[in-house]
Each structure stands twice: as C-alpha cells, then as structure tokens.
Design a protein around this ligand. Structure first.
Ligand SMILES: Cc1cc2nc3c(=O)[nH]c(=O)nc-3n(C[C@H](O)[C@H](O)[C@H](O)COP(=O)(O)OP(=O)(O)OC[C@H]3O[C@@H](n4cnc5c(N)ncnc54)[C@H](O)[C@@H]3O)c2cc1C
Length: 323
C-alpha cells in the first residue's frame, strides 16, 4: 500500500482561519487532520485581546460574507455575529462602500470564530514547526510521519518550512496601537466606525473605534485600534513600543479630533507578516504531498477568502489521496 493511501492523520501547520477551515472540511470528508500551532491559542491574525478589561480585535477588524457557502457556515456554526452599522469614512468624509456586503463582527471577539472552528479538531498548541522533511517513506513533522502536510502560513514562512527558496511574495508589516480614552465616544467617534486614509499616508492608514461593537468596552471609555502604514511599520518593526506609539497616537488623535494628551492607556502590537503586498499565486513547485492554503494564494487577504481557500485546499488533498 502506498503511503498516501495509508490511514492516519494528515498534518496542517498553523491554526489560523485557513488551516482550521481546511481541517474541518477534511473532517467532514472522513479524513482526520492534526493541526500544529505555535501560539498558545488558535486564530492567528484573527486575534482578540482582553485589554484594560475591554475585548479588542487587534487583527481582523470585521468580516464580510459574500458567498452562500460562507454565509451558511456563519449561520450554522457561528450565530453570534452582528453587523457594524455606522460607516467607515475616508479623508473627504465620504462613506467607504463595502462591495462585499455588510461588515460583521463577533460578539465575543472575532477570535471566537476560530475557537468555534477548532471544536472537535486535534490541535497541538504551543508547537512551533521548524522543519518538514520529505522522504520516500513519508513526510516527517515533529517526529512523526504523515502522508500529507498542508501549510497555512504566510508565503515566506511556508517557503522556509518547505525549503523552497524565495517565493517572491512580499508581506507587509503592520504596527497596531490599542488606545483607550476616558469618556464614551471621544472626539467625533460617534459619527462613524472607522476613518481610513489613502494609500501612502503616514504614519497611519486608519483607525477603528471598538465602541461600535456592542458590549466590548467596559465603563465610560472609548477604545480605538489604529493601524500603522506599511512604511512606518517597517521602519519601526524591531523598535520598542515607546519609539513608535507617540507618532501613531498623534496621527490618530488628529484623525478623530481628540485633544492631545488625553489617552489613558496604550498598547502596541506588531504584525510582522500582516498581508501580502499584492495577492498572486505562488509560482514554485511544491514537493509531493505538500499543499498550501491561506492568503499566500487567495484572491484577497480576508476572512472569507482564506476560509474558502482552506476548503479548496481540503478538496485538493482529497483528490490527491484518491488519485
Ligand atoms: C492588523 C490586521 C487587520 C486585518 N483586518 C482584516 C479585516 O478587517 N477583515 C478581514 O477580512 N481580514 C483582515 N485581515 C486579514 C486576515 O487577518 C487574514 O487574511 C487571515 O486572518 C489569515 O488567516 P490564515 O489562517 O491564512 O493565516 P494566519 O491567521 O496568519 O494563521 C497562520 C497560523 O500559523 C501559525 N504559525 C506560524 N508559523 C508557524 C510555525 N512555524 N509552526 C506552527 N504554527 C505556525 C501562526 O501562529 C498562525 O496562527 C487583517 C490582518 C491584520 C494583520
């Protein structure tokens, strides 16, 4: 019997939304997957932090649901999602349309979607997979042999893991700042959910007000998530928070017309590989038995796209196993 036809789980590296969606689709087809996740919780860039007592989404801010497949998933697996009604405004105070339909958030924090997806799956947390070895007798991962390995990591990490050389795909760094203010809806944050600036603006590209997500913010406070521009974020990628937070705070307060010096708490987070500079398919050959999913090859780096791509990867794996 060839290895690929043998029984036993297949390995998925990374338990973000694409890896989890891939594992669930495989499970639905009767194939067990084992997920390896280096962090202490699932979700990856779909991250929610309990900060100053507030639940703050500091990765995925919101998601849309365009396809019937994804809508069905949200309605059956995840009921606790709500639309964000106030608009996003641009620098001309114009409403930024959402061509893919309403923007949604999850009541318990967007990361809760990942937690729901992880239910019933074999997830090994706190497990950083550094090497994968492809041999004639199987694919070795963490001391065990697998018939298939799926990487759901950003392209540069997948390339390193599979020893593929340069992917030519550049990922942008993004510094995010969590900012708290005394008083509900400070500045003109009541008017809109977020304010975004045109590409090329420095040092921030936008700022989102978490008070527009019901039940997230405790007490009489306003909380924002400001996202640094790619250039600014790259320049301060390895710097301590104190080096970049003052500039981000100043630009953010300007955007929302908040008096300076009124920020009561701040926290900086670095997304070293936040999203691809531009989406395009990877142009390298994967070793036999290796598959990829996620935003290294999806049309866009969005929740819906990577969820769909996880399912696409599961179909590819099933076709390979059946061939
Ligand atoms: C700041 C920010 C804001 C965003 N806002 C939005 C938004 O509003 N709406 C939207 O739709 N999308 C948004 N996105 C994009 C969205 O987050 C991504 O498209 C999506 O979450 C990617 O999911 P993924 O599973 O493909 O990758 P990831 O979420 O990156 O998952 C990969 C997982 O692999 C793990 N990992 C990495 N290396 C290893 C290793 N060696 N061994 C084991 N595990 C490993 C990581 O810890 C991670 O959990 C945003 C992204 C960022 C960074």
């Amino acid at each position: 019997m060839s290895l690929k036809n043998s029984s036993g789980p297949i390995a998925i590296i990374g338990a973000g939304l694409s890896g989890l969606s891939c594992a669930q689709a495989l499970r639905g087809a009767g194939v067990e997957a084992r997920l390896f996740e280096r962090a202490r919780r699932v979700g990856g860039r779909c991250a929610t932090r309990l900060w100053q007592g507030h639940l703050v989404d500091h990765g995925v801010q919101y998601f849309t649901a365009q396809t019937s497949e994804f809508k069905r998933e949200l309605l059956t697996r995840l009921r606790q999602f709500r639309p964000i009604v106030p608009p996003i405004l641009d620098h001309h105070q114009k409403i930024v349309p959402s061509p893919n339909g309403p923007r949604f958030y999850v009541l318990q924090g967007n990361n809760y979607f990942a937690q729901v997806l992880a239910q019933g799956l074999d997830v090994r947390l706190n497990t950083n997979v550094e090497t994968i070895t492809f041999g004639n007798d199987g694919i070795e991962c963490q001391g065990e042999k697998y018939r298939v390995v799926v990487s759901s990591l950003p392209a540069p990490q997948t390339a390193r893991l599979f020893a593929l050389g340069d992917t030519g795909e550049e990922y942008l760094c993004c510094l995010s700042a969590l900012l708290e203010y005394q008083g509900a809806h400070v500045g003109d944050s009541r008017e809109c959910y977020a304010r975004i600036l045109p590409e090329g603006s420095e040092p921030i590209l936008g700022s989102y007000c978490e008070n527009h997500k019901s039940g997230r913010i405790i007490g009489n406070k306003t909380v924002f998530v400001a996202l640094g521009s790619p250039r600014f974020s790259a320049a301060y990628a390895d710097a301590p928070q104190d080096a970049y937070l003052p500039d981000l705070i100043r630009a953010h307060e300007n955007l929302w017309k908040i008096p300076s010096g009124t920020c009561t708490a701040s926290f900086g987070h670095r997304w070293r590989l936040s999203r691809p500079r531009k989406a395009h398919p990877l142009d390298f050959d994967l070793p036999t038995g290796a598959f990829i999913c996620g935003d290294s090859r999806s049309e866009e780096s969005t929740v819906e796209e990577v969820w769909l791509d996880g399912r696409r990867a599961a179909e590819e794996v099933l076709a390979y196993l059946a061939s």
